[in-house]
Write a protein of this length. Structure first.
Length: 162
């Protein structure tokens, strides 16, 4: 009896088929990831376009710088306040009204400033309250007009309490 030590031939076709299947799976997973990314990242453009059509553009804020004020404070101690203010108007039309009515603008601001206490103005909360009071001074219309001037913020450029 003869014994054969030869090994049976390897199945090269099955290894080749296995590599083809693995490559196809990798390609399919890649395509699925790309499709999912496209679906989730494309967004809903029709809803965004609809919202853009409905909302009117917000007015561009215009800053109106005022000359600095020096006022005596209302605390009986003889303290003074030196303050520089820039008003943030909602649009060029509101800024034009502020520039035209500058004497009345300055008068309204002076009336608010002279009623302040020095101790309150040295805290951040006091400065914020002063800014809100200045904004509130422009809620009344100028010269009997029916609409008020849209001032959205009062910004302090100089602030010294002495």
């Amino acid at each position: 009896m003869t014994t054969s030590t030869a090994t049976p031939p390897a199945k090269t076709g099955s290894k080749k088929l296995l590599w083809i299947i693995v490559a196809l799976l990798v390609v399919l997973v890649g395509l699925a990831c790309a499709g999912g990314a496209w679906y989730f990242l494309k967004g809903d453009t029709s809803a965004e376009a609809h919202v853009a059509e409905q909302a009117p553009p917000a007015p561009v804020p215009v800053f109106v710088e005022l000359k600095p004020f020096t006022v005596n404070l209302n605390d009986g101690s003889g303290r003074i306040l030196y303050i520089g203010i820039t008003l943030k108007a909602e649009g060029e039309e509101a800024a034009a009204i502020l520039r035209e009515q500058m004497p009345e603008v300055r008068n309204r601001i002076l009336m608010v400033l002279t009623g302040q206490q020095g101790d309150q103005l040295t805290t951040p909360a006091g400065k914020q309250a002063l800014a809100q009071a200045l904004i509130g001074a422009f809620e009344q219309p100028f010269n009997g007009d029916t609409s008020s001037v849209a001032v959205s913020d009062a910004l302090f450029t100089d602030f010294i309490v002495q």
